[in-house]
Design a protein around this ligand. Structure first.
Ligand code: ZN
Length: 256
């Protein structure tokens, strides 16, 4: 079952604690969501010193209805305040710590139970402000959930302690941004977006080099897609010898 809102949030009838069923569905490259996410990823790769990575695959995250409903209720409450004229919802990137091999292959789609695996925790239960930023010493706009349009910035926060993991993963999230409190200077003591606002938008030019969006309500965000990327696979050597042998076969005289 898919619930329709301005950015469709996939929702399925999963019991909240049922982890036997995979939460990840591989997106077909013909799927309209695939193309949209690719464009967001490409347009958001702004760090000139980082070479653009190879995109391996995109998964759709299936979220239990029990988790989607509070998001939709929050969405409606913000919509009632802002009216229909404004675009209150965005798809934004979030990079986090991964302790398992989720996404390394198309078949590796089962969430792990490792307590330190933030990625699987977010996919399973969505974001928790209490847990956000526990690996970071610095939170520019206080205790909130940090996302960004800038995929190459979110990439800075992808991490893993396993050297055997070659790929990197970014969450793409539906975020109710509502009215945005635009800030160019750090405000580290924030625990809300400010009176009348629903999120903080960090604007480049002051203390920031790249945009970031912060929400302070767990129900303002849900993970929706997972982008898997990394260095391009090695190009297989061209079969020069075989090709030359075939050419010789066809150019050789049949009988002398
Ligand atoms: Zn995991």
């Amino acid at each position: 079952m898919t619930l329709k809102i301005s950015i469709s949030v996939p929702a399925v009838r999963l019991p909240t604690r049922n982890d036997r069923k995979s939460r990840l569905k591989l997106l077909d490259s013909n799927d309209e969501s695939y193309e949209k996410i690719v464009h967001l990823f490409q347009d958001g790769w702004l760090h000139k010193k980082k070479s653009f990575p190879h995109l391996y695959r995109i998964f759709r995250i299936e979220t239990a209805e029990a988790l989607i409903h509070p998001y939709l209720q929050y969405y409606d409450s913000v919509r009632r305040v802002t009216g229909k004229a404004s675009d209150i919802e965005q798809l934004l990137f979030h990079g986090t710590f991964r302790a398992c091999a989720l996404g390394e292959t198309e078949d590796n789609v089962r969430l792990c139970r490792l307590a330190q695996c933030s990625l699987c925790s977010i996919i399973r239960s969505s974001f928790d402000i209490e847990r956000c930023g526990t690996r970071r010493n610095f939170s520019r706009f206080g205790q909130g959930i940090y996302t960004t349009k800038c995929s190459s910035k979110a990439d800075d926060y992808c991490s893993s302690e396993r050297s055997d993991l070659k790929l990197r993963l970014l969450l793409v999230n539906t975020v109710v941004v509502g009215w945005q409190n635009k800030c160019t200077r750090n405000k580290k003591s924030l625990n809300n977006p400010g009176t009348g606002y629903h999120s903080v938008l960090g604007v480049p030019g002051g203390d920031l080099n790249y945009e970031e969006t912060v929400v302070y309500n767990n129900d303002a965000i849900r993970p929706a897609f997972l982008v898997v990327y990394g260095e391009a696979p090695p190009v297989p050597p061209k079969p020069i010898v075989a090709r030359a042998a075939v050419r010789r076969l066809f150019t050789a005289p049949l009988v002398s």
